[in-house]
Design a protein around this ligand. Structure first.
Ligand SMILES: Cc1cc2nc3c(=O)[nH]c(=O)nc-3n(C[C@H](O)[C@H](O)[C@H](O)COP(=O)(O)OP(=O)(O)OC[C@H]3O[C@@H](n4cnc5c(N)ncnc54)[C@H](O)[C@@H]3O)c2cc1C
Length: 466
C-alpha cells in the first residue's frame, strides 16, 4: 500500500492549494518543496513581494505629490529603503507562515527536498544530504516556472537583474532600463520609478502589454509616459557592456538597423517566464512535454503517464497564481471522483500599477479575429462622480457584448482600483450574464464601480452620465 493518496511536487499557489483541497476531500497528502520556504514564486519572489513594494512606493509617491492638493501639508517624504524592504519581508514571512499553518491544519506532510519522479507512484526526494523514496497513488507536478533569459546577457542579480533581483535592489538606480513591456516589467518599473529612478522600457513588439486589449494598452502607455516612463517599442536589446561604471545597453530596431547605446545603472530583464521541470526526471519517467517545454496534459490535467498530473505555470495557459490555484482545486476534485473544472474563458488578469489595468474575457482584437459580431460600451472615469471628487479620473471601462444575444464577452478597465472592480464582471460572465443584466444591477453610489454599470448601459447607447 502506498503511503500517500497524493504527493504534490512544489508548494506554489497551484501545489499548496491542490494539497489542501485533496486533504479536505479525505486524501492522505504530502507536499515536496526544494526551497527552504513554502509558497513558491508567488509568495517568495512574485505576486506578494511585488505588491508590498507597489503599495509602499505608491504611498511614498502620494505623500510626495498628491497630499498637498488635498490640503495635507507634510514635509517631503524621505526614503528609507532598508525599512521598505523589511516591510516587504514581513509580508512574505506572514504569508509563508500562513501556508505552513494550513499544511498542519490539514494534516499534510511537508517533505523538504528536491523531488524526482522515478515512475508512476514513486518520487525520490533529495535534500539535506539524504535521499528518500516516497510512494503514492497519484503525483501532481506543480513545479511552476523560472525566469526566461536573453541569449548573451548574463543576469548577476546586482546590476543586470531578473524580477527576483529587482525586488531586492540595495539602492534606487539613477537609470533603470527594463527589457520587456509586460506586466511584471511595468509593475517593477513603476516601483523604482516612484522611488526616483528614470525608467526606459525597451519592447520588441510595437505595443506594451501584449495580449491585453489594444485600446486599453495604448491609453496605459500614454498615462505611463505622462508619469515619466520612456518607451522604445519595436526595439531589441542586442547586448550589454558591463565593463564600465554604468551599463552600456545596445539597442536596435526589432527588424534590424542603426544601433544606439543607452546608459543604465540597472537593467531588468523581464521577457517572460518558462516552465520549470529541471531535475524532475520527466523524460525518463515518460512524461511528454509540448514544443515549449510545458508538461502536456489532457482536459483532466493527466499527463502521458497514468497517475501523474500537472497544474499551474508548468502547463499551458496564463502564468497566473489564481489560474494555478483553480487548477489545483479542480484536479483534487477530479481525483476524488467529482467534476472539477476550470473555466478558462473567465480568468481575470490585473496589472497592479497606478492606474491599475484589469481585464476578463475576450479583447476586441480576439473578437475581431474570431469574426464575432460584438457591440462595445465605454465609460470614462472623468464622468464618474467618485473619481471626480477624488481627482483620480484617468482611464475608462469597456464592456464587450455579443451583438445578437447581449452576453458579455469581455470587460477591460484602466483606472485606480481596477483590480478589485473586475470581479463583478467575472461573476456575471460565469453566470452567462448580459450587458443588460449588468446595467440593471443596482450599484452603490458613489463608487468607481458605477462606471462598470454605465459602460454596460453604453452597450445599448443609454449611459446616463455621459
Ligand atoms: C515578480 C512576479 C510578480 C508576479 N505577480 C503576479 C500577480 O500579481 N498575480 C498573479 O496571478 N501572478 C503573478 N505572478 C505569477 C505567479 O507567481 C505564478 O503564476 C504562480 O506562482 C504559479 O504558481 P505555481 O504553483 O504553478 O508555481 P510556483 O509558484 O512557481 O511554485 C513552484 C514551486 O515548486 C518548487 N519546485 C520546483 N521544482 C521542484 C522539485 N523538483 N522538487 C521540489 N520542489 C520543486 C519551487 O521551488 C516552487 O516553490 C508573478 C510572478 C513574478 C515573478
Amino acid at each position: 500500500m502506498p503511503t500517500y493518496d497524493l504527493v504534490v511536487i512544489g508548494t506554489g499557489p497551484g501545489g499548496y492549494v491542490c494539497a489542501i483541497r485533496a486533504a479536505q476531500l479525505g486524501m492522505k497528502v504530502a507536499v515536496i518543496e526544494k526551497n527552504s520556504t513554502l509558497g513558491g514564486t508567488c509568495l517568495n519572489v512574485g505576486c506578494m513581494p511585488s505588491k508590498a513594494l507597489l503599495h509602499a512606493s505608491e504611498l511614498f509617491e502620494q505623500a510626495g505629490h498628491s497630499f498637498e492638493k488635498m490640503g495635507i501639508a507634510v514635509p517631503a517624504p524621505k526614503l528609507d529603503l532598508p525599512s521598505m524592504m523589511n516591510f516587504k519581508q514581513q509580508g512574505i514571512d506572514g504569508n509563508v507562515k500562513g501556508v505552513e499553518f494550513l499544511m498542519k491544519k490539514n494534516k499534510i506532510d511537508v517533505i523538504q527536498g528536491k523531488g524526482k519522479i522515478l515512475g508512476a507512484g514513486k518520487v525520490e526526494v533529495s535534500g539535506a544530504g539524504k535521499t528518500q523514496l516516497v510512494e503514492t497513488r497519484n503525483v501532481v507536478i506543480a513545479t511552476g516556472s523560472d525566469i526566461a533569459r536573453l541569449k548573451g546577457i548574463e543576469i548577476d542579480e546586482k546590476r543586470i537583474v531578473s524580477s527576483t533581483g529587482a525586488l531586492s535592489l540595495e539602492r534606487v538606480p539613477g537609470k533603470l532600463l527594463v527589457i520587456g513591456a509586460g506586466v511584471i516589467g511595468l509593475e517593477l518599473g513603476s516601483v523604482w520609478h516612484r522611488l526616483g529612478a528614470e525608467v526606459t522600457v525597451v519592447e520588441f513588439l510595437d505595443r506594451i502589454l501584449p495580449g491585453m486589449d489594444g485600446e486599453i494598452a495604448r491609453q496605459f502607455q500614454r498615462v505611463l509616459e505622462k508619469q515619466g516612463f520612456k518607451f522604445k517599442l519595436s526595439s531589441k536589446v542586442t547586448g550589454i557592456d558591463s565593463s564600465g561604471k554604468t551599463l552600456a545597453v545596445k539597442v536596435e530596431p526589432a527588424s534590424g538597423g542603426v544601433q544606439e547605446t543607452i546608459d543604465a545603472d540597472v537593467v531588468l530583464v523581464c521577457i517572460g517566464r518558462v516552465p520549470y521541470t529541471e531535475g524532475l526526471g520527466l523524460q525518463e519517467a515518460g512524461v511528454t512535454l509540448d514544443n515549449r517545454g510545458r508538461v502536456q496534459i489532457d482536459q483532466h490535467f493527466a499527463t502521458s503517464v497514468k497517475g501523474i498530473y500537472a497544474i499551474g505555470d508548468v502547463i499551458a495557459g496564463p502564468m497566473l497564481a489564481h489560474k494555478a490555484e483553480d487548477e489545483g482545486v479542480a484536479l483534487a476534485e477530479i481525483l476524488a471522483g467529482q467534476a472539477g473544472h476550470v473555466n478558462y474563458d473567465v480568468i481575470p488578469s490585473v496589472v497592479y500599477t497606478t492606474p491599475e489595468v484589469s481585464s476578463v474575457g475576450k479583447t476586441e482584437e480576439e473578437l475581431k479575429q474570431a469574426g464575432t459580431n460584438y457591440t462595445s460600451g465605454k465609460f470614462p472615469f472623468t464622468a464618474n462622480g467618485r473619481s471626480k471628487v477624488n481627482q483620480t479620473t484617468d482611464g475608462f471601462v469597456k464592456v464587450l457584448a455579443d451583438a445578437k444575444t447581449d452576453r458579455v464577452l469581455g470587460v477591460h478597465i484602466i483606472g485606480v482600483e481596477a483590480g478589485e472592480m473586475i470581479h463583478e464582471a467575472a461573476v456575471l460572465m460565469e453566470f452567462g450574464g448580459s450587458a443588460e443584466d449588468l446595467a440593471r444591477t443596482c450599484h452603490a453610489h458613489p463608487t468607481r464601480s458605477e462606471a462598470i454599470k454605465e459602460a454596460a448601459l453604453a452597450v445599448a447607447k443609454r449611459a446616463i452620465h455621459m
